[in-house]
Design a binder for this molecule. Sequence first.
Ligand code: GAP
Length: 468
Amino acid sequence: MMTTDKVSIDTIIAMCKNRGFVFQGSEIYDGLANTWDYGPLGVELKNHIKQLWWREFVTTNDNSVGLDGGILMNRNVWVASGHVGGFADPLMDCKDCQTRTRADKLIESHDENINADGWTNQALEAYINQHHLVCPKCGKFNWTPIRQFNLMFETHRGVTQNNTDQIFLRPETAQSEFINFTNVQRSMRLKVPFGIGQIGKAFRNEITPGNFIFRTVEFEQMEHQLFCHADDAMAHYEKYKQKIWNFITNTLGIRAENLRFHDHEKLVFYAKAACDMEYHFPFGWGELNGTHHRGVHDLTNHQNLSKKSMEYLDPMTNQKFIPTVIESSQGLERLFLAILCDAYHTETLADGDTRVVLKLNPILAPYQICVLPLQKKGLTETATQLYRDLQQQFTVTYDDAGSIGKRYRRQDEIGTPLCVTVDYDTLNDQAVTIRNRDTMEQTRVKIADLPAKVIDIFTSYNKKKNIL
Ligand code: GAP
C-alpha cells in the first residue's frame, strides 16, 4: 500500500464542502467574502476540539476557572487595551490593478524567515523597494504609500440614527478576562497564581483575509490567561508553551514534524516574551497559536482608565501587587484546518484502487462509529437497535445506502475510525464485524463485548503512533 499525505488547499476546500465540514457563507447570494458556515461534520469536529481544550486548560488545569464574556463591551475597554488607538494593518494598493495588499505579509511571503509584524511603515517600504516586491495579482511595481487600517468591527448601539453610541465587536476574547479579574478572584476566592479560560467569537476586519478559514473576519478563540507574580512569570510562560505543544501533539495527535515554535524577536514594549506555534499548512508555515507574556500592561491600563483597583493582596506576604499575565491564545478554526490537513491521506491499495482516508484521532472524529446493515432486508431492526445502544456511549452514524465497499469509503473520507457491520450471521451468533479505518482489517466481535472492544481500540490509538 502506498500512502501520501501531500494535499493542496483546494482539495481540502472541496472535501470540506462535499462532505459537510465547511460551506461558503451566504453561498446562495454569491457569498460574503471571507465568511464560512460550518456544516454537520464541521460543527461536530469543532465541538470536540473545544471540549478537549476546555478540559486541558480549564477543568483539569490547577486553579483555573471558566468565563463566558459578552461580545459587546463598553468602548473604554478597547481604549484601555490600546485597540482603539493602534490595532491596525499596514496596507498599500496596487495603482495598476487596485489590489489591496498587506505590506508585512508580502515581505513574509517573499522570505519566510522574516516576521515583519510590528515593523514601521518606513521599514516596510524600504524593504519592498529594495527587493522590488511586485503586486502578487498583476506583477507590476506601482504601490501607493502604506497606510494603517483599524481592524475592529464598528457597530452602533441606540434606537435612533442621531443618538447612537459607537461600540465594537470584540477583536479578542482576552479583555473579558482582564476586566473581570477582580470579580472572578473575589467570587471564587482564588489565590494567585490562578487562570481564567474562555472560548468565544472574535471579529477582525481583516483587509487581506484568505487561505480558506486560516484568516477570516469572524472566528473563535480559545484563550487562557494566567495571573501570577512577576517573579514566577517566565517559569509559567515556559510551562504554557510546553502545555499547548503537548495538547496539540499528544492529545490531538497532530504530527510534531509539521509543527514548530517561532519566538518573536520584536516584542511590543510591555511584553517580556512571545512565541507562536506554527503549522506547515499546504500554503506554507502559518501561525497556529500564541503564548504571550503580557506583563502588567492590561490590568494596569484598565485600573488607570476605570479608576477601579486591579491589585491583589497576597494573604501570605501582605504584599499588594498587580499580577502579571501569561496568555495562551488559540484560534479554533486554524486548529480545525491543521487537524484536517494533517489527517488527509491518499492511499493506493494492493489492487490498484485508491482511497482517501482522514486519519483523525477517534476523540476528534465527527463520528466514532458507523453502523451498517449488510442488507436492509431483515437486518434493519437489529442494526437500528445496535445504533441506538452505541449512541449512549459514542458518537455514531448509520448508513444503509449503496454497496458495503462504497459505504466503507464514505466513512474513510470523513474519518470515522470504526465501521460495525450487521449481517445475517448476527441474527444467530449475536456478533458483528468491526472494520478498522486505518488497517482495513475486519474482526468479529460479540455485540455484548463491543463497547469494551471499541474503548480498547480508541485507548491504544495514541500509543500506537496514531494508528487504530
Ligand atoms: N489575545 C491575544 C490575541 O488575540 P493574536 O495573535 O492576535 O493574539 C491569537 O490571536 C490567535 O487567534 C492566533 O494565533 C490565531 O490562531 C487566531 N486568529 C487571529 N486572527 C485570526 C483571524 N483573522 N482568523 C482566524 N484566526 C485568527
